[in-house]
Design a protein around this ligand. Sequence first.
Ligand code: UT7
Length: 331
Amino acid sequence: MKKSRITGIGHYVPENVVTNADLEKIMDTTNDWIVERTGIEARRWFNPDKDTVSNMATRATKMAADRAGIEIKDIEFIVFATITPDYFFPGSGVLLQRELGLQGIGALDIRNACSGFIYALSVADQFIKTGMYKTVLVVGAEIQSSALDKSTEGRSSSVIFADGAGAAILQATDEDRGVLSTHLHADGDYAEELYVHDPGSSRKTRLSKDMLDGKTFNLTMNGNTVFKHAVVRFSEVINEALQENGHVTEDIDLLIPHQANLRISNFVQRQFKLPDDKVFNNIMHYGNTTAASIPIAMSEAWEKGKIKEGDLICLAAFGSGFTWASSLIRW
Ligand code: UT7
């Protein structure tokens, strides 16, 4: 059976840098609180005149395709992970397809929040293993900043979430490397612990004054509950990936966790006794970009020479749903 390999990885983040000092001006918060509780020093928030989820994804895709040494027209299928699509429907996959000039090829949207990129990677991997496609574009892109309550009331979430895009070109190979396995989980009992309630379909009207007054269109998170589950599930799903492939912690060359909170990444690092140079974090600069965080981190890690041919890379994520996932990749 074929395996799938990531042959190119790229990213794009909006130019607009929002520092903790900028947030101090619009809500009751401090740089010290944000750095101590989250590790975040700055994040990117989109420019509504310039950035959309799909055009950020297009820029990330072009970088990934360049690095893979392929032409855009070689892409046969798109898997687009986002919970912040440009429209309520259709999904952003078709918008990206249009921007890339790939009219006609299939485009699938994935809505699994922070685990979305690994879910998308898994779907693309299955298509390649079965021989249906040879070159698949896998994207994670989000604009979270427009759903944040930027008043003091919403500060525990609004200091964390941010915008950006990452893309990977996944290609079929006969070599014994690439995506070794993916592991996907969910528990809908916790759906309302991290969610955006409106606009939803199961209401008399999609938009109402009550929704605007109640700010139910803003992202709502019970941070403590999410944190407690995250640290457990991250560890479980990394262990699952190692066991499935007969590997031990010491075999990991680089762990790229979803950039949820630096404290979560540090906790996982301590649990697995991984040295600093085996865990990649860039949440300091970009905040938590949900489905985009892993491909952005992977792209930067690759640029910095931290991902080399033959390395064993572990991806892991946890987020809204709850959903959690991991993947082991032999680069
Ligand atoms: O990516 C998807 C998954 N998401 C996550 O993994 C996020 C997981 N959760 C977290 O990262 C953390 O729970 C947060 C960073 C969201 C919050 O940190 P925390 O240590 O859990 O703080 P807390 O919510 O328990 O709040 C502690 C205190 C409260 O004040 P009192 O009640 O102790 O007086 C908050 O009002 O900190 C206050 N607080 C803030 N103070 C200054 C909350 N947000 C802020 C803020 N600035 N931005």
